[in-house]
Design a protein around this ligand. Structure first.
Ligand code: ADP
Length: 263
């Protein structure tokens, strides 16, 4: 006999009555599993041919060639880099979904991570954004360092990519009686309310053309959502078209392991 998977809901009603509803979700679960495996396998299989293509393109670029090939070669090379980024993001998403990164919860030195990102971004932000960082020293949480770093990086790079040169981008990391909070605010395009609930869907874009130009993979916020999910947190978005956006997330006090006070 095959084992089945149930989703169980307990509903309280009246004084002390409880209703237990069990739904058989075996087929749904299996379909989701097939989809996950397919995406992971396809991404994995695409990696090698892409590496070969990219290698030969680099080789061709360095070899003597007619000048009219300069631009096409550069475009082809850029596009293979882009494809690689998409494949890496798809693989990251599958591994989060498969739960393989779920296990290790350790101390995460968020201030250190943010300092690193600041240095990385300052090199990138030659476009002239004004970057402001307000980081509470010593404020650490329990979680997964690398995935959390990608959350912060995705939100920060979006703020830069979707706001004009000279715009201010400010990052905050602080704690209050409810927990630890991260936020990034920009003075960029903003997002109209109807798009906000869909931002974390894979490949969902408010403006397809702009995203292609700014070079994202369309998977950044999907990754953010999944990683935060593993930290019992969620993405908070507030935005006003033409004014700017704030993206943030919070972590419960139970995750806070270290603050300046006890440092
Ligand atoms: P992408 O690679 O396209 O940036 P993301 O998943 O990171 O993919 O973001 C999804 C979409 O959300 C983006 O295409 C963009 O339309 C919108 N978006 C994300 N961050 C911002 C922001 N700070 N300001 C305006 N729009 C944003």
């Amino acid at each position: 006999d095959q084992s089945r998977i149930f989703e169980v809901k307990i509903i309280n009603y009246f004084e002390n009555h409880r209703l237990l509803i069990a739904t058989d979700i075996t087929e749904l679960y299996q379909l989701a599993q097939i989809r996950r495996d397919f995406v992971a396998n396809a991404s994995h299989e695409l990696r090698t041919p892409l590496t070969v293509l990219h290698g030969y393109l680099e080789l061709l670029t360095d070899m003597p060639h007619e000048p009219q090939w300069d631009t096409p070669l550069e475009h082809m090379s850029n596009q293979t880099v882009r494809m690689r980024a998409i494949i890496e993001d798809l693989l990251t998403l599958s591994s989060i979904e498969a739960g393989s990164i779920n296990a290790k919860q350790e101390e995460v030195d968020v201030p250190k991570i943010l300092e690193q990102l600041k240095a990385e971004v300052e090199q990138l932000a030659s476009a002239g954004h004004r970057l402001k960082f307000e980081i509470t020293p010593g404020l650490m949480i329990k979680g997964m360092p690398e995935p959390l770093k990608s959350v912060f990086m995705n939100l920060l790079s979006n703020a830069i990519r979707y706001s004009p040169d000279g715009g201010e981008v400010s990052v905050r990391w602080y704690a209050d009686e409810e927990g630890a909070h991260f936020s990034v605010s920009d003075q960029g395009l903003g997002i109209s309310p109807e798009h906000i609930p869909r931002l974390t869907e894979r490949f969902y874009r408010v403006d397809k053309d702009r995203s292609r130009v700014t070079g994202g993979t369309g998977l950044g916020l999907a990754i953010v959502k999944h990683v935060l999910d593993k930290h019992d947190s969620h993405l908070e978005v507030s935005s006003m078209p033409g004014v700017g956006s704030t993206f943030g997330c919070s972590f419960a006090l139970s995750r806070v392991v270290h603050t300046q006070k006890d440092a």
